[in-house]
Write a protein that binds this ligand. Structure first.
Ligand SMILES: CC(C)(COP(=O)(O)OP(=O)(O)OC[C@H]1O[C@@H](n2cnc3c(N)ncnc32)[C@H](O)[C@@H]1OP(=O)(O)O)[C@@H](O)C(=O)NCCC(=O)NCCS
Length: 171
C-alpha cells in the first residue's frame, strides 16, 4: 500500500468527502445490478443510514493528505432480515451477536490496485475481533474479481452460492 495512505476511524468531519464518493460507487454498481439511484438518492441513503451517528454501523476510511481514497462499512448481524434491516440494534448494549458483516468496501478508481481495500478490510477484521465477535463475513459477486482476490489473500474461507461467494473468517 502507498505509504502515505492512512487507515483510520471515520469522523463526522469526513462526511462530505465520503459522500462525494457515493455517485462514483453507485455508477459502478449500476453497471452490474438493476439499480440506478440518482446521485442525490445514493448520497441521502448513506447520510441517513451508514454515516448517521449512534447506529450499529462502523466506518473506516483510507485517507491521503486531505483526500479520502476509500472506505469500509461493517455492522453486527444476526442474519435475520427483520432485525438486520434496522439501523440500530433493538437489544441491550451488552448483547453481542457472534457475526459481523462487511456491508461495503469502496476504493475510488484513481487509488486502486495499491492494496487499500485489503488494508481497510484488515482494519475491520481487527475491530470486529476487538469487539468480541466470532466471525466476520460478506457476500461477493463472482464477477467482482478484485474483491474475490482480496478476500482469498486475506485468508477468508469461501462458500459458493450461485452467482456469489460467501466469504468468512473466524475471529
Ligand atoms: C473491489 C475494490 C474495493 C478493490 O479495491 P483495491 O484497493 O483496488 O483492491 P486492492 O488493491 O486491495 O487489491 C485487491 C486484490 O485485487 C487485485 N487487483 C486490484 N486491482 C487490480 C488490477 N487492476 N489488476 C489486477 N489485479 C488487481 C490485487 O492484486 C489484490 O489481489 P491479491 O490480494 O491477490 O494481490 C474496488 O475495486 C472497488 O471499490 N470496487 C467497486 C465497489 C465494489 O465492488 N466493492 C466490493 C463490494 S463486495
Amino acid at each position: 500500500m502507498a505509504i502515505d495512505i492512512i487507515i483510520r476511524n471515520y469522523e463526522s468531519k469526513d462526511q462530505e468527502r465520503v459522500l462525494a464518493l457515493i455517485p462514483e460507487l453507485d455508477t459502478e454498481l449500476s453497471k452490474r445490478f438493476d439499480i440506478n439511484p440518482s446521485p442525490e438518492e445514493g448520497i441521502k441513503y448513506y447520510k441517513e443510514h451508514y454515516l448517521r451517528e449512534n447506529t450499529k454501523y462502523s466506518t473506516f476510511i483510507a485517507s491521503k493528505d486531505e483526500k479520502i481514497a476509500g472506505f469500509i462499512i461493517g455492522h453486527p448481524t444476526v442474519d435475520m432480515a427483520e432485525i438486520d434491516h434496522l439501523d440500530v440494534l433493538p437489544i441491550s448494549s451488552d448483547w453481542l451477536p457472534d457475526d459481523y458483516y462487511v456491508a461495503m468496501t469502496f476504493v475510488s478508481q484513481s487509488y486502486r490496485n495499491q492494496g487499500i481495500s485489503k488494508e481497510l478490510k484488515i482494519k475491520l477484521v481487527e475491530y470486529a475481533r476487538e469487539c468480541g465477535h466470532k466471525e466476520i463475513w460478506s457476500y461477493v459477486g463472482k464477477w467482482n474479481e478484485h474483491s474475490v482476490k482480496a478476500n482469498r489473500s486475506l485468508g477468508f474461507q469461501e462458500q459458493e452460492q450461485d452467482k456469489r461467494y460467501r466469504f468468512s473468517l473466524k475471529l
